[in-house]
Design a protein around this ligand. Sequence first.
Ligand SMILES: Cc1cc2nc3c(=O)[nH]c(=O)nc-3n(C[C@H](O)[C@H](O)[C@H](O)COP(=O)(O)OP(=O)(O)OC[C@H]3O[C@@H](n4cnc5c(N)ncnc54)[C@H](O)[C@@H]3O)c2cc1C
Length: 442
Amino acid sequence: MAARALGAARRRGHARARGPCRGCHTSAAHAGPTRREVMKRVLIVGAGPAGAALAYILASRGVPVHLLERQRDFSREFRGEGFQPSGQDVLRQMGLGARFDALPSVRMAAVSVWRGSRKLLSVDVPEQARDNTVRIVSQPALLEMLVEEAGRFPHFRLERGVAVRDVVREGGRVVGVRVERDGHEEELRADFVIGTDGRNSVLRRKAGLHEDRTPQSFDILWCKVPVPAFWRPGEAEIHATTLGGLCLAFPSYDGMLQLGWSMRKGKFKELRGLGVEAWVEALSRAVRPELGAHLLAHRGAVSHPFLLDVICDRLVHWTAPGLLLIGDAAHPMSPVGGQGVNVALRDALVAANHLFPVLAAEGSPEALDAAAARVQGERLPEVSDIQTIQTRQARFLVGTGLLPRLMLAALPLLDKLGATRNFAVGGDRRFRGVLRPLRLAV
Ligand SMILES: Cc1cc2nc3c(=O)[nH]c(=O)nc-3n(C[C@H](O)[C@H](O)[C@H](O)COP(=O)(O)OP(=O)(O)OC[C@H]3O[C@@H](n4cnc5c(N)ncnc54)[C@H](O)[C@@H]3O)c2cc1C
């Protein structure tokens, strides 16, 4: 970063620290210690939920933030849309609750489980609990909202269409990144680099950080079809398909029905050769007849088909000198239980809590590295618990084995006994049970 630009950022930080908070429209942004001059400059790579949320928190507190995103349009990158209460809570703590509530979304109102034409279980979310349950939210709209809010602060800069290719090191420390912009390569420097570049993170690879792999047995085929007229608003259906594996179907924010068909790894290779219409036909025979007929009638109107190669890994070290990775870049999440977006947002909050005080105090490089290590220390137990539950629950998604079969057979009885009442409220209780308390403290 040129000295001139850093000087300007410093002057802007100083003005922001002394004057009224221009554009700061939330009480959360005013909470915490008195602001002081902020000089350390941060580069964040990847404007997914983790990067955009962290950029907003830091920029709103006066830290000069440069956010790089390889896509020009957020809808180009397919991501999860299921927001748990835990992710919603982070956005509310950031003071963005009202804006989040205004995004295109669907609130989950009921869940049913089917085998063929037989409904094994049906749970309604009580009306009064619907504000605190899973929501299907447009991610492009969420990310646009976050960068728009961050853009109210003079210290924030977003560049789209810039792909990071490598890290820049000096004396063993990461001091910036090498980017490709309009076909040209150049270096960008900063006091600290944060990698939020997702499950195939370039920064992870280039920094030589290694992961603990947990082999996964299944993949998920995602696609959308128009919502059937007979669909109950806000209902998610889970189908134990006759082909093995589950098919999850729920209404999305865009008036379409999102389907997620889990299958053992490798099976899709057999289906792919047949073409989209043929695998939709195969699926239509494997779910309840009304849904099957709808799929058949709309097999020419399938949109967004996407095979998710399921991974669920964690880096041994989320940091290197000058660098911190969070979100999927540090721990690619399995889609089981719709946790990834929420975990990424929670990472961002914790990263802000640890990094901001050091950035604001113009801490030494070593102090920044120590703060980054504390982020991993605080987040690792929760992330690892969630991944353990995801891996356990994955057995049910491929539907093989005695336990999943017994569980399905027992569902009607469990339902009668009332043991499944909390199933749909506030997300899965097992995931909620491992969440650590989080407060945005800066
Ligand atoms: C098909 C699918 C369904 C899912 N369903 C759910 C769900 O329902 N609920 C849920 O909570 N989670 C779900 N997940 C997981 C969730 O999407 C991720 O865990 C979450 O998006 C991680 O957030 P992130 O900010 O860490 O990374 P990402 O959302 O992956 O964002 C990374 C960003 O970095 C950018 N980027 C990547 N490389 C570079 C580069 N070299 N230079 C510049 N920019 C770069 C990308 O364009 C992207 O914008 C799903 C994931 C997939 C793929």
